[in-house]
Ligand binder design. Structure first.
Ligand code: KG4
Ligand code: ZN
Length: 335
């Protein structure tokens, strides 16, 4: 049995988790805490890096303590300490990584410096032991919008990325324009459920182009113009925006899937994967391509520490050992 403590602090969630795994495919989250900083950032309509870093510094140690107590474990029971080392807001990443270094040093356990995107990319395997490599991954969050072919741990081929905004950003901006507050994704989804998805003519940027990349800046501006025109109800704007987003995702994925070679499954991860309309459209697309479809449970879609611990477990299973204690936090770190 392997037990790993995971730490996540790259954006506005302070999180810790203990995950165990056995050779027989057994995997279990023994305890996890995700403390959201939503209330601190809400007045500013987005994450303020300085406030985030301070909040992580205040909360992280008590959260780790509580996770260990809840699971009835101590640091000595852990096989490694895994922490997000990037990409993300540098102040927050440093808080988590420095804490992990101190714990690793004090307990004489290896430090695993995890790429946050790798955490998202591998998280579906924590929930679904049957999910085998290679799979196609749509990673959609507030900071990222990518299509990857995942061939194995540490083996990722990026097939598409966004040329401007991430989709989560576009959801958050739409929420701001419609006065729905922060974070925007869940609020836009809720309002969209009551609107007409074809009421507002909105663009589908890059749809039809041969390269599978994304672009959402033009869609965001069109939402702004539609709202300013005063001609449409907020729920119709929300529903039409979500519809345009879904069509962009499906069209871009079709191009990427045609190009990436054989895969076993279509997998979606990242915060936007919590969106039920998007999940349903992707499930349909997967079935049309004869692929199985996997999305992690909602709690594992948005930022969390279980996915960081799990990425650490995947690395340990391959015999990839610890990172040096002088490893740096990386604000930018492509997969
Ligand atoms: O993965 P995540 O927690 O953090 C990043 O690494 O970015 O993703 C957060 C993003 C935010 O932009 C949020 O608005 C979006 O995911 N999101 C959603 C939904 N829930 C969260 N977007 C659309 N529909 C949702 N239900
Ligand atoms: Zn994330």
């Amino acid at each position: 049995m392997v037990l790993v403590l995971g730490i996540e602090s790259s954006c506005d969630e302070t999180a810790a988790a203990l995950v165990e795994a056995g050779a027989d495919g057994h995997r279990r989250i023994l305890a996890q805490i995700i403390a959201s900083q939503e209330a601190e950032h809400a007045p500013y309509g987005g994450v303020v890096p300085e406030i985030a870093a301070r909040a992580h510094a205040e909360r992280l140690t008590p959260i780790i303590d509580k996770v260990l107590r809840e699971a009835g474990k101590s640091l000595d029971d852990c096989d490694a300490i895994a922490a997000t080392a990037g990409p993300g807001l540098i102040g927050g990443v440093m808080v988590g990584l420095v804490t992990a270094k101190a714990l690793a040093m004090a307990s004489d356990r290896p430090l695993l410096a995890i790429n946050h995107l790798e955490g998202h990319a591998l998280s579906p395997r924590l929930a679904d032991p049957a999910l085998e490599f290679p799979y196609a991954l749509l990673l959609v969050s507030g900071g990222h919008c990518q299509i990857l072919r995942v061939d194995g741990v540490g083996r990722y081929r990026r097939c598409a990325t966004t040329i401007d905004d991430a989709l989560g950003e576009a959801f958050d901006k739409t929420a701001k324009i419609l006065g729905l507050g922060y974070p925007g994704g869940p609020a836009v989804e809720k309002l969209a459920a009551t609107g007409d998805p074809f009421a507002v003519p909105l663009p589908r940027p890059l749809v039809g182009s041969g390269e599978p990349h994304f672009s959402f800046a033009g869609l965001k501006s069109a939402v702004m113009r539609a709202a300013e025109s005063g001609a449409y109800a907020a729920e119709d704007i929300a529903a039409s925006f979500q519809q345009a987003a879904v069509e962009c995702l499906v069209d871009r994925l079709k191009i990427a899937l045609a190009d990436m070679g054989e895969v076993s499954a279509l997998v979606v991860a990242g915060g936007v994967a919590a969106n039920r309309t998007i999940r349903a459209a992707l499930e349909q697309l997967a079935s049309a391509h004869g692929l199985s479809f996997t999305a992690p449970p909602l709690m594992l879609c948005t930022d969390n520490a279980a996915m960081i611990a799990w990425a650490g477990i995947e690395r340990l299973a391959l015999g990839i050992g610890g990172d040096p204690l002088d490893i740096s936090a990386r604000p930018r770190w492509p997969l």
